[in-house]
Design a protein around this ligand. Structure first.
Ligand SMILES: [Mg+2]
Length: 308
């Protein structure tokens, strides 16, 4: 049986602007093996490009085992499609995790103009928690505008945008009275000492995203973060993501499952991990206007379930 690769173009409902870039669409791939399929959502943050995925794919049918120079999102799809084949598509059984349903997900608010916020929140009022993308302390006005129009909890994701501890702390001081659930990845991954200084001072939980890839150093992460954001596409597949979440719990860290811009194929894989998580952030396919796998998931009152 041969692997096949299909390119898909996901159009975004709104411009996806975060601290490092802005985009209107996303190129992903579907990796197929017989009747089984998995998704590859390459991320430029990790030097993953469509060209690289197509290059890896040319090697895939020639080799018999995983090549560790393949980028994470590609390895994710290879591992997940093999897992599905080996367990006849039953990921609950494969992962030995309970069936989940009605899982509340946060819904992202990308960086946008202030006068767009009210309408965006009205259009997406069914979600129980929002995740606001910020750049740095200059995004304070955007956060103020959001809390003006909703009293729901807000997760704040800076995507490494803050350049110094002082800049972050000044921002934090201004937002102390807001209903903030946590702050995700305020600084670059190499600002280890800054994270260590921040953690004991911060009024909010600090969650690692970009700082976590395949694995993490437990004691070091305890010093830097309150929790971790595990993603299928960074973690090289569901089995390793499950291990990451269990390890995080063993170190007393909060757990979260997140995603990239993905169709409901990738999101439905990650949803299997929800029972291991304190926070679920699986809105990737909800931001897409032409999701080819929409039929796999149901969304009701801001909660995700597998379609029957
Ligand atoms: Mg993030």
């Amino acid at each position: 049986m041969e692997f096949e690769l299909e390119k898909i173009q996901l159009d975004l409902k709104v411009t996806w602007k975060i601290s490092r870039n802005a985009s209107q669409s996303k190129t992903n791939y579907i990796l197929k093996l017989g009747e089984y399929e998995s998704e590859i959502a390459p991320n430029v943050r990790y030097q993953e490009t469509p060209e690289l995925i197509e290059k890896h794919f040319k090697e895939l049918n020639k080799v018999t085992k995983m090549q560790f120079h393949w980028c994470s999102s590609f390895q994710t799809a290879v591992n997940n499609v093999l897992l599905k084949r080996d367990h006849k598509g039953d990921l609950e059984k494969a992962l030995q995790l309970p069936k989940v349903e009605n899982v509340p997900t946060s819904f992202s608010i990308p960086i946008m103009e202030l006068d767009e916020v009210e309408n965006y929140l009205k259009e997406n009022a069914e979600y129980q928690v929002y995740k606001l993308k910020v750049a740095d302390s200059k995004s304070l006005d955007l956060l103020k505008e959001v809390v003006k129009h909703t009293d729901k909890p807000i997760r704040v994701d800076a995507n490494e945008g803050f350049k110094s501890l002082d800049d972050y702390l000044a921002f934090e001081k201004e937002i102390q009275g807001f209903n903030i659930q946590f702050i995700e990845q305020p600084f670059a991954t190499d600002m280890v000492e800054t994270y260590k200084l921040l953690k004991p001072k911060s009024k909010f939980e600090i969650i690692a995203d970009e700082s976590l890839l395949l694995d993490f150093h437990g004691p070091k992460f305890q010093e830097m973060f309150h929790g971790i954001n595990v993603k299928n596409m960074k973690g090289r597949g569901l089995e390793n993501c499950k291990k990451q979440l269990e390890k995080a719990k063993a170190f007393g860290l909060k757990t979260m499952v997140g995603c990239m811009i993905e169709s409901s194929l990738g999101i439905s894989e990650a949803l299997h991990l929800a029972s291991l998580c304190d926070y679920v952030d699986l809105d990737g396919s909800l931001l897409v206007s032409n999701d080819p796998y929409k039929h796999l998931l149901k969304v009701k009152d801001g909660c995700l379930s597998f379609a029957d």
